[in-house]
Design a protein around this ligand. Structure first.
Ligand SMILES: Cc1cc2nc3c(=O)[nH]c(=O)nc-3n(C[C@H](O)[C@H](O)[C@H](O)COP(=O)(O)O)c2cc1C
Length: 134
């Protein structure tokens, strides 16, 4: 699994706008692009433009080969279960921080891959817009 953060301009304290990849080793973020791409992400999500108002959109992807090498075809099921676990933890953490999170499964995979510069071997599974309640 991989996790990407789409951060808006003047949206998240101490983090500039852009797309970041989460690095579990070291609990760090690495830059992918420095642009605010929330509008593009929302358009790629069947124009659910409400998503662009969230300061942060988190994208969860899977690279199936990492798990199917061990579990074969069944590994795909495990990756999807894991995506649900990650999303649920993000919901819990958002709630603990007084934030609101939502879940978006409706998007054009190829458009999202293009915008976020996700490796072609990864499949985006979920987008989670996160922010304060309106
Ligand atoms: C995997 C998944 C994908 C979803 N994708 C979208 C989406 O693209 N757009 C949207 O507005 N809601 C999406 N939802 C949210 C649901 O439509 C629904 O609002 C949400 O599950 C809350 O359910 P409730 O209204 O019964 O509380 C998704 C939910 C899940 C579980």
């Amino acid at each position: 699994m991989d996790v990407y953060a789409v951060v808006g301009r003047s949206s998240v304290e101490q983090i500039e706008a852009g797309v970041y990849h989460y690095e579990p080793n070291g609990h760090a973020l690495t830059y992918i692009t420095k642009k605010d791409v929330r509008d593009r992400v929302a358009k790629a999500s069947l124009s659910q433009m409400w998503m662009a108002h969230a300061p942060l959109n988190i994208v969860i992807t899977a690279e199936y080969s990492r798990i199917t090498v061990k579990y074969k075809e069944r590994g795909i099921r495990y990756a999807m279960i894991e995506a649900g676990h990650i999303a649920q933890n993000l919901f819990l953490q958002a709630e603990a921080l007084g934030l609101k999170a939502s879940i978006v499964g409706a998007f054009h995979d190829n458009e999202l891959i293009e915008i976020l510069k996700i490796p072609r071997t990864h499949e985006p599974l979920l987008i989670m817009p996160i922010g304060y309640a309106a």
